[in-house]
Design a protein around this ligand. Structure first.
Ligand SMILES: Nc1ncnc2c1ncn2[C@@H]1O[C@H](COP(=O)(O)OP(=O)(O)OP(=O)(O)O)[C@@H](O)[C@H]1O
Ligand SMILES: [Mg+2]
Length: 502
């Protein structure tokens, strides 16, 4: 197999106002390889991908594709050069069907003689592609609006595959996918490599990067650091290149205690809602309770029920605080009782993208900041600054619009928002999604600190190592039912839990 250079990036610089997102980046991508692209949150990975895929124009520098100048005008132009990208955030368009999303920008091939769109032919072609990647349960004529995030990502993959790209960029997609979705993506990546094509794969999961990639390029603070062959390097070497200092392998809890108070702070009884069947659970003061299971087993829905976002068909949710009990039927009751909720779907549910970092962080705290009827701007600013600092948000200032933060930094804003308002109970749905190793460690330390202060955390996660690593107790769900309960201990391993998940 030839490993000739396909794409050369030369001296690319990209500025956003005073943020130097890319600084003089020079590197080559080869044919027939899967290249990992890693770096901390805000190090420039998505920006580089956007430059290569024509979404952004660099301020300086050039690119060459097969030795010829390559200067994509936009992403359609890049696609015409057979360069495609699966984006980090939502990449499908609401109000359109699956098929229309797959053939976005290519509708003209389905025009009939009268110049009208032959939807029947378009749908059957879409069905063929979906079947080819192994997802015939996704229907071409369905609107993407109501589809789960994962399925929308799969539609994006189908779109990319239809274009038969020579270079496919996958930006931080796997955290949104279940094992099934991941396997589909890994298959696509393997196939591309077999066909002597190139994959650029971005992920914060170093194990995943090391098992799927041939080589890894490291970014730090907008600069390119180095490219290593996976077979010649160790995870700790790569981490060190990424952060510029050594960080340990250990970032979960070191203890095997499962101590927490008997006092119940949040509970639900006999919840039936959608897939959820007769769920009852209790969260205690000072407890980290893990909810584990496959994406579609109901764990995410259960989080929403507990926060009052989904009204169950039967059953109820109660929060107990200072000797009072309240039934949670709406989020506002939850918020008034110091319950915070971090959604898995941050761009749609957890953030006001067009508002500033300060406004996002202070929103649930405004009541707390009120002195009489007035909120002093100074205290609002202090709260936001403290939260941003605690979460190490990479930004120019707290007046920056959230929309333009890197993916991981957006996630930090969501966490700062609920921790800043002094939530006593936190429902965290995939809290470390898209967050780099350094900040992940900081979040785990923060969870331990909150637990020590007597706060309670419900952690919903598809990442078994973190559920096992952090929880006092774990409930495993399958098909909407609680299958098994585990107490923290050395005997609780991934393989033991998986048995109850599938
Ligand atoms: N459109 C934009 N406007 C202003 N600043 C931006 C814009 N896009 C990116 N940035 C900034 O550029 C820097 C690099 O961001 P980028 O999204 O490339 O990081 P990343 O490596 O992909 O991070 P993550 O792992 O969190 O996704 C960040 O500081 C980010 O805030
Ligand atoms: Mg990114």
């Amino acid at each position: 197999m030839s490993h000739e250079t396909v794409l050369s990036v030369k001296g690319i610089t990209k500025l956003f106002a005073s943020t130097r997102a890319l600084v003089d980046v020079t590197l080559d991508f080869k044919a027939g390889e899967v290249r990992g692209l890693i770096g901390e949150n805000g190090s420039g990975k998505s920006t580089l991908s956007n430059v290569i895929s024509g979404q952004l124009h660099p301020d300086d520098g050039t690119m060459e594709l097969h030795g010829k100048p390559y200067k994509p005008a936009n992403n359609v132009d890049a696609k015409n050069h057979k360069i495609c990208m699966i984006v980090q955030e939502m990449g499908t368009i609401d109000g359109m069907t699956v098929a229309a999303n797959i053939f976005l920008g290519k509708e003209d091939i389905f025009q009939n003689k009268a110049g009208l769109l032959d939807t029947k032919r378009m749908n059957s072609e879409a069905a063929r592609i979906l079947k080819e990647i192994g997802v015939d349960y996704i229907k071409p004529e369905a609107l993407v609006n109501k589809m789960p995030f994962e399925d929308r990502k799969i539609v994006e993959m189908a779109r990319a595959m239809y274009l038969e790209p020579e270079i496919l960029i996958v930006d931080e997609t796997t955290t949104a996918l279940s094992q099934k979705g991941r396997d589909i993506l890994y298959d696509i990546m393997a196939k591309m490599k077999e066909q002597n094509k190139t994959v650029i794969f971005i992920s914060h999961d170093l194990d995943e990067v090391m098992s799927k990639c041939d080589s890894i390029s490291v970014m730090r603070d907008g600069s390119y650091v180095d490219t290593l062959q996976v077979k010649d390097c160790t995870p700790s070497q790569i981490r060190q290149l990424m952060v510029g200092r050594e960080i340990g392998d250990e970032y979960y809890r070191a203890d095997y205690n499962h101590e927490y108070s008997d006092e119940v702070v949040l509970e639900c009884e006999n919840i039936n809602a959608g897939i959820l069947k007769d769920i009852s659970l209790q969260l205690h003061k000072g407890e980290i309770l893990g909810l584990a299971g496959l994406t579609d087993c109901g764990i995410h829905e259960l989080g929403k029920v507990l926060f009052g976002l989904i009204t169950p068909a039967t059953g109820s949710v109660h929060v107990h605080r200072d000797g009072h009990t309240a039934e949670i039927k709406k989020p506002i009751t939850a918020i008034h009782n110091k319950v915070g909720y971090v959604s898995k779907n941050r761009d749609q549910e957890a953030l006001m993208l067009l508002s500033s970092i300060q406004d996002n962080i202070s929103l649930p705290s405004l009541d707390m900041l009120k002195k009489g009827f007035i909120i002093f701007p100074k205290s609002e600013k202090e709260l936001a600054l403290k939260g941003a600092d605690q979460m190490q948000i990479k930004m120019r200032g707290i007046d920056q619009t959230v929309m333009y933060l890197s993916g991981g930094n957006k996630q930090k804003v969501v966490l700062a928002k609920w921790i800043g308002n002094g939530s006593e109970i936190l429902i965290l749905d995939c809290p470390t999604r898209g967050i780099d190793v350094g900040v992940k460690a900081a979040i785990y330390r923060l969870m331990e600190k909150l637990k020590a202060e007597g706060k309670s955390i419900l952690m919903i996660s598809e990442e078994l190592p973190e559920v096992i690593g952090m929880s006092d107790r774990i409930l495993v769900l399958k098909d909407g039912e609680i299958q098994k309960e585990f107490m923290r201990g050395p005997e609780v391993t991934e393989s033991v839990i998986i048995e109850y998940m599938i």
